[in-house]
Design a protein around this ligand. Structure first.
Ligand SMILES: *Cc1c(COP(=O)(O)O)cnc(C)c1O
Length: 401
């Protein structure tokens, strides 16, 4: 594969990537394009079948039927009940609802005010935990991770207390791709009858979502080929949950607001497809990523792979390039037609070093040199030319320092 077959650097001269044509998009952990199947499935519910699913006329009932069908398909992927699925506006809302909704319900119901999580979670988890501390008097245990970004389930177990309301652990990290042993964590918490929430936004489409033992799981549509602004929290009915959005009582009173019917249909379609393709995608993309990582490490003496060497998402290749600046390497890569990220999309653009890398024990100066490449679930082409471009980009940045 030649990068220039995808376009020339001049296509990017205005700084605006035109994914698909001029660029090779390797930022799939930030977002993905909408799959044609999801778009096609959702369109009728934006136009012809536009009824409000709460309305009692035919148009409303047809929308309600589509919503119920989407709910059933999402529930099936998780091996949970249809009534366990709460459609949300995305991963951030699902995480906020899980953390605040479960913790506050446990505080109200059983006077519990302790939360267990890790320091490498997505901002929507970290900030929700901070909010519980600041506003609701919670005590938060942030169980450290090791140098690979792995949290020891036994350390989570040791952090559990009589008054623990909830444990929340990300299934797979969005910056370095490290996968956690959520099954072991769920087993330990279950012995203590403490609910476990798992942020599976990055895991969806790569890892099995059913049978994890988690009581609540978050997903986001736009990371798996559904539109932005779609997502779900799947939470077992027996777990008390205080709603965040109050109103007309939709989603069994757990998330008021007229449902995004078309979004739910698109999410269910994309999730179904991702699940059907999951094992094949895992094997195929793992090979591509392993070859890419080996080639980068071979070509670039200053490169270090971050995250777990084996227990990581197939599509995530994250590096530090000591002695460079991640932002500068990104610009060089973009000139060569490659779009990647200096960490998470949320942290990008800020000067703060990644909280994930720092929690893994990486020095802030080195964390500033991070670059993350994330492959699509559908990736099929070798990335040899990308590795060569990485070597050229790093060399270009080093020569100017
Ligand atoms: C993207 C992401 C989120 C947030 O999802 P949005 O739908 O963008 O709000 C949460 N957690 C992880 C791990 C993510 O990668």
């Amino acid at each position: 594969m030649s990068i220039h077959a995808h376009g020339t650097s001049s296509d990017l001269s205005n700084g605006t990537p035109h994914p698909g044509e001029a660029t090779l998009y390797l930022d799939n952990a930030a977002t993905t394009p909408v799959r044609p199947e999801a778009l096609e499935a959702m369109l009728p519910y934006l136009t012809g079948v536009y009824g409000n699913p709460s309305s009692h006329h035919t148009l409303g009932e047809r929308a309600a039927q589509a919503l119920a069908d989407a709910r059933g398909r999402v529930a099936a992927v998780f091996g949970m009940r249809q009534s366990d699925v709460i459609f949300t506006s995305g991963g951030t809302e699902a995480n906020n609802l899980a953390i605040k909704g479960i913790a506050i319900a446990a505080q109200l119901g059983r006077d519990r005010r302790h939360l267990v999580t890790t320091p490498i979670e997505h901002e929507s988890i970290l900030e929700s935990a901070d909010y519980l501390e600041r506003v609701h008097g919670f005590d938060v245990s942030r169980v450290p991770v090791d140098g690979t970004g792995t949290v020891d389930p036994a350390a989570i177990g040791a952090a559990l207390r009589e008054d623990t309301a909830l444990v929340s652990v990300g299934y797979a990290n969005n910056e370095v791709g490290t996968i956690q042993d959520v099954g072991a964590i769920a087993t330990l918490a279950r012995e203590r009858r403490i609910p476990v929430h798992v942020d599976a936004v990055q895991a969806a489409g790569w890892l099995r979502l059913a049978g994890s033992g988690a009581d609540a799981i978050s997903i986001a549509g736009h990371k798996i080929g559904a539109p932005k602004g779609t997502g779900a929290l799947v939470v077992r009915g027996r777990v008390p949950l205080e709603p965040l959005l109050h109103g007309g009582g939709q989603e069994r009173g757990r998330r008021s607001g007229t449902e995004h019917v078309a979004g739910a249909v698109a999410l269910a379609t994309a999730l179904d497809l991702a699940e059907a393709e999951r094992e094949e995608a895992f094997a195929r993309v793992t090979r591509l990523r392993e070859d890419f990582v080996a080639r980068v490490l071979d070509r670039v003496p200053s490169a270090t792979l971050t995250g777990h060497p084996v227990h990581r998402l197939p599509g995530t290749a994250s590096f530090t390039f000591a002695g460079t600046s991640g932002e500068a390497v990104l610009l060089e890569l973009e000139r060569r037609g490659i779009v990647s990220s200096s960490g998470s999309a949320c942290a990008a653009g800020s000067d703060e070093p990644s909280h994930v890398l720092v929690a893994m024990g990486i020095e802030p100066e080195v964390a500033q040199t991070a670059v993350r490449f994330t492959l699509a679930h559908a990736a099929s082409k070798p990335l040899d030319a990308v590795a060569d471009a990485v070597a050229a980009s790093v060399a270009a940045v080093q020569s100017t320092r």
